[in-house]
Design a protein around this ligand. Structure first.
Ligand code: UDX
Length: 445
């Protein structure tokens, strides 16, 4: 919404939320999310044509276009628990729009939703008799965290799904006019509403599938002396495959991939397509396998006991350039390390607050130390779990000196110079590459 306000000075954009503290934070000097470049844009537009407000009902009344971006978490109860999307917030919002509208409106699905959700929303919205009309559009969001501003300013594509009726096409055109203010026409694609809804789930499933594919091969590399970076490079140079999203690691995290794939799996099962459901579910299974493999490797390399050992976690965010820890592999790995009675010291430049909230109430010893050198000092092992650029530039000689020997280094993101760290004295365990160990009895492959 900030980007729309920034690119379309003629539009007045108001953001509402049921959480008043969140709105206060958006109106303050410290935004509630860390997203490179967003501060600047919010500061330029806030109070001019971008507003953050608490009076939801009044704003529904006064605005012509409503983007609904409420959360659609995985259902935790009843039919489809653990798989299907929980649509209660969306439905409540639809009813609230209906109750408070005195004029016709365009309602846009921004949240990621299962196919055919728009149909249910339309039924609710158009249940009132009278002259007011609601046109529902699907406009899924493809931005990634950490690069949100960049992705919104230069999107690969903008997708608008609508009914192909007269009023559906008119509504589609209105949204198209907004995006055309900064997005080249050829990048704005239109489709029927169901294709738009499904495309978002499928786009995320394909991206996650690439990560699981390369991670599955990393396990094979560790057994065969092949190097996953070399394999990924050779495979990715085929222009039909492409080089992006082939970085092996500890698995994908974030609020979208797992949730959206499970939602897709549920949809496939619902329509009786069990083989298709199983195929996509395996992407999530490989992701869990990759994290379990990483923990098993730590345990086995450190002589099968972690009790009382200090393990430093560098990076707890689910990826670099964000403070978000939702579904972060680092959180899962921390829980497992605590279960082994290890003492965990977590370092991260942006995500410590969220990590502390995620791990609140966990039994065991967890400390949060922002400075990576202080965090690593006195530890038995270092694990790199987020691909923050600053970890590539650390002085590993200094870190090595401050650690308990033998010092272990588990690079869960393959971002540092393994040979150099091995030469400094570390026992180095990358992903999908032979371990570099100083222990003579161990076979380095
Ligand atoms: C994703 C989609 O990219 C975006 O289009 C959609 O709108 C929302 O979901 P996001 O969750 O912000 O975005 O992060 P993304 O960059 O896709 O990374 C997801 C996870 O995969 C991260 O944990 C990342 O570290 C991991 N990943 C990504 C890898 O492990 N290897 C890769 O090669 C790429």
């Amino acid at each position: 919404m900030a980007i729309i306000a920034y690119k379309c000075p003629d539009c007045q954009v108001t953001v509402v939320d049921i959480n008043p503290e969140r709105i206060d934070a958006w109106n303050s000097n410290e935004l509630p999310v860390y997203e490179p470049g967003l501060d600047k844009i919010v500061k330029k537009t806030r109070g001019k044509n971008l507003f953050f407000a608490k009076d939801i009902e009044k704003q529904i009344k006064e605005n012509d276009i409503i983007f609904v971006s409420v959360n659609t978490p995985t259902k935790t109860f009843g039919t489809g628990a653990g798989m299907a999307a929980d649509l209660q917030y969306w439905e409540k919002t639809a009813r609230q729009i209906l109750e408070n509208s005195q004029s016709s409106k365009i309602v846009i699905e921004k949240s990621t939703l299962p196919v055919k959700t728009a149909l249910a929303m339309e039924k609710i919205l158009n249940s009132a008799k009278g002259k007011i009309r609601f046109d529902v559009l699907s406009n899924p969001e493809f931005l990634a965290e950490g690069t949100a501003v960049e992705d919104l300013e230069n999107p690969d594509r903008v997708l608008i799904g609508s009914h192909e009726t007269r009023s559906g096409l008119k509504a589609r055109q209105e949204l198209l006019d907004i995006y055309s203010k900064w997005v080249p026409k050829e990048k704005i694609i239109t489709s029927n509403i169901w294709s738009a809804e499904l495309s978002k789930l499928v786009a995320n499933a394909f991206l996650a599938q690439r990560v699981s594919s390369i991670n599955s091969i990393s396990a094979l590399c560790e057994k065969t002396d092949a190097d996953i970076s070399e394999v990924a490079k050779a495979v990715g140079m085929d222009s039909r495959v492409g080089s992006k999203f082939l970085q092996a690691g500890i698995g994908f995290g974030g609020s979208c991939f797992k949730k959206d794939i499970l939602n897709l799996v549920y949809l496939c099962s619902y329509y009786g397509l069990q083989e298709v459901a199983d195929y996509w579910e395996s992407v999530v299974k490989i992701n869990e396998y990759q994290q379990d493999r990483f923990i098993a490797n730590i345990l086995c390399s450190m002589f099968n006991t972690l009790a009382g050992k200090k393990i430093c976690i560098l990076g707890v965010a689910f990826k670099a350039n964000t403070g978000d820890t939702r579904e972060s592999p680092a959180i899962y790995i921390t829980r497992k390390l605590l279960a082994e009675h290890a003492e965990v010291i977590i370092s991260d430049p942006k995500a410590l607050k969220n990590a502390a909230a995620d791990l609140a109430g966990m039994k065991g010893s967890v400390k949060y130390v922002e400075d990576p050198y202080r965090a690593a000092s006195g530890c038995h092992a270092l694990t790199i779990l987020t691909d923050w650029d600053l970890y590539r530039k650390l002085d590993f000689r200094k870190i090595y000196k401050s650690m308990v020997k033998p010092a272990f280094l588990f690079d869960g993101r393959n971002i540092i110079d393994h040979k150099k760290c091995f030469a400094l004295g570390f026992n180095v365990y990358p992903i999908g590459k032979p371990a570099l160990s100083h222990f003579q009895t161990e076979n380095n492959s």
